[in-house]
Design a protein around this ligand. Sequence first.
Ligand code: MG
Length: 292
Amino acid sequence: MYGDSRISGFVSNICRLFLGKRMIIAKSRKDLDRMREVGELIAEVRETLRKMIVPGITTLELNAVAEKIMRDAGSTPSFIGYKPHGMIPFPFAICASVNEAVVHGFSNNVPLKEGDIISLDMATSYQGFVGDTAFTAAVGEVSDELKQLIRVTGECLDLGIAQCHPNKRVGDISWAIQQHADKFGYGIVRDYTGHGIGRTMHEAPQIANYGRAGTKEKIRVGYCFAIEPMLNLGTHETKTLADKWTVITADRKPSAHCEHTIAVTESGPEILTLTKEQKAQMKQAKSETVAA
Ligand code: MG
């Protein structure tokens, strides 16, 4: 069943108070409609930025465009001012992480170069719900090694999403991502994970990008997850720069990251962070498969 997220949000806070554990908040049908709307909105931002990535553009330019689309649509960029305990508020609408930067990179006025890769992560809040998505793109022509890293990160995301059926477990998502990344010997980032999402950007559960099938929380209808594999060409280890936010690989080898917000429905995963056009294409592809 789809729950009422306000009631389960309240119960979740009580559980946290007494048991020290956060409960996963199932969304109601009405909540899911809102999650669809914000998902589509942030997907439009993502696809606009994707088209802008060419040698010479700066991450500050990308950030400005992202923030404008978010605000023009009446939404609030979720990253600006985001301040986990003990941190300085994050200053940008997007995280822009170039080459060895894994996540949480600051935008700046350094032009992107041919051969770079860039990971852009973005989230916005609209009508009380958050959509979160990320992708890594090549700047101009990049090496085959980097093309493969980007491709496999996307495949890991798809495999993780495919596990999101009622009665499967969160560990099944983690396992699906890990077993594919391991085939290529990539370092799977452990310090940062996917997460539940809804009225706030980060809800229970944590969704690690490595783990064992059949473990962790049971997946139920109405759960919404942000699934986000982060894969490194070298070691899985990371460190944080002096700006207190930018996370880079410990060996400074490149890293890729991609993310969708999804909802668990009776019939399995529904990707919420797709544009209208992408949804139409998927519908078309599905009807062609059925016809064939
Ligand atoms: Mg996220």
